[in-house]
Design a protein around this ligand. Sequence first.
Ligand SMILES: Cc1cc2nc3c(=O)[nH]c(=O)nc-3n(C[C@H](O)[C@H](O)[C@H](O)COP(=O)(O)OP(=O)(O)OC[C@H]3O[C@@H](n4cnc5c(N)ncnc54)[C@H](O)[C@@H]3O)c2cc1C
Length: 556
Amino acid sequence: MQWPTHDVFNQVPELQDYNIFTQDEALNDAVRHFGAEQYLGKLTSSGAILGRSDTLQLGELANKHLPELKAFSRTGQRIDQVDFHPSWHQLLSLLRTQGLHAAPWENPEPGAHVARAAGYFLQSQVESGSLCPTTMTFAAIPILQQESVLFAQIKDQVFSREHDPRDLPIAQKKSILIGMGMTEKQGGSDVRTNTTIARPIGAEGRGNAYLLTGHKWFFSAPMCDAHLVLAKTENGMSCFFVPRWKFDGSKNAIYIQRLKDKLGNKSNSSSEVEFIDALGIMIGIEGRGIQTIIEMANLTRLDCVIGSAALMRQALTQAIHHARHRQTFGKRLIDHPLMRNVLCDLALESEAASHLMLRLASALDHSEDPLQRAWKRIITPAAKFWICKRAIEFTGECMEVWGGNGYVETGPMARMYREAPVNSIWEGSGNVMCLDVLRAIERDPSGMQLIINELMSSSSSTVRNMAESLEADLKASPDHQEMNARRMTQNLVLAVQSHLMVTLAPPSIAEAFCQSRSERQCGKVFGTLSASETGNIQEHILQRAFPPLHTVTQAT
Ligand SMILES: Cc1cc2nc3c(=O)[nH]c(=O)nc-3n(C[C@H](O)[C@H](O)[C@H](O)COP(=O)(O)OP(=O)(O)OC[C@H]3O[C@@H](n4cnc5c(N)ncnc54)[C@H](O)[C@@H]3O)c2cc1C
């Protein structure tokens, strides 16, 4: 169209109608390497659907039309419902159809966790809020599977691939979602301070019914059909399965006080609730509720890593796409040496984050092996600390590549930037994760030694040096270990990421990562790669990160 005052030019076409999976060479390499080659076809199909313009638009819509609390019906009855835009339900349907809430538990075949992580990584690039109930359901399943009587009643609905948003008792539903309620006003990291109490209705202990009275200060996705909730009995903090509807078909006494007004994660409703004699079935051992729910938290932490790695990946692709089209000072942004440095540095960071998240998922596929168990227990909190923090800076840097267009809500960058901090805070904030790494190492020193041995076997002398200094860190005086926990955790993650890059990336790209991440003058901000070490491989890095769209098969 002809505009009366000016021609519109040098604006960037939207990145859409591309295959999110086939465009990601590093992810493809890692899926193969970690034993999920048989899922490549499915991931390719998902990648095509998720990259379509109409799918990408669901993410925008769900974050524009926010969930709304309807505490009362038109006629004054308490209903405690949350209304969502249809896009929210379409996103949940997509997640569910792919089995991202349950598949590896339903069919624990080789590569199932890796495939699920890759699928989750792809969908996360469309929208983040809808991941929350999906993740919580995924993480609750192994705990619920240990409660044979209860699980027999809900198994079909848990595994179902059909999203059912209706607010009905579980027995009347095709599928259910499960959330978690730990955090109270006086403390989230230290849940030992919880004041919610549980009184037995009759028989006491595991599998029996209790009445819960108290509150939760953060209670995300209150429309889940049940939550795993911490409450105190006379014998200590215990874990309860608290359904929205009681098994007799009446509504459970969970009252939503209000929805949180959040910085990001807007599509997802996070609520404050009160329980007034709400029914809860005790799960796990009485008095060991924290240990029970921590099992769940370890899995939600993995999803925080995947979700943040995915945010980084989507921000990176948007940044590279933009830089390939936008011109300044007579040439494309991507052809300016300094911008190339920024983009290459971001690409290295994103690839290392992707490898780490799939490596962690593969540890779940081999949970009998002591090294894999050590990865799961020690590296999960370390990665949660590091990747979720890197995503905050990373999305900000990618936003800047877009200039002013990045800062406004008409594009995708602002939403990603606002979304980034949440993964770092919930499910254990940064410091709590680093302290958890120390605790995990203390409990399993031989597991940590296996990880060090793995690093020491690397073909790269940089990785071996990193492993040596890590060993020295670990031997440091116990008095200083807590104070140094962030430093040690950072070094641990950089060492395992370097090792993964050497294993999975082309040698020159792996070398660029290892060198830059072990040099003191690098890494304070993105874009400080040394010209002598990376100058001649920049095109290779950028091509691998996101090949120009005309050279690959488009979405089908
Ligand atoms: C959007 C959103 C949704 C949420 N949804 C849920 C939900 O569904 N269910 C749920 O149970 N919770 C939920 N949470 C709560 C979240 O898990 C907690 O906010 C988080 O665990 C931190 O607890 P807190 O807010 O009480 O902070 P605090 O425990 O007060 O911690 C504050 C800070 O102190 C640091 N800190 C704590 N202890 C130490 C220490 N010993 N040494 C050094 N530093 C320390 C922490 O790392 C943190 O940075 C949600 C939070 C958000 C933001």
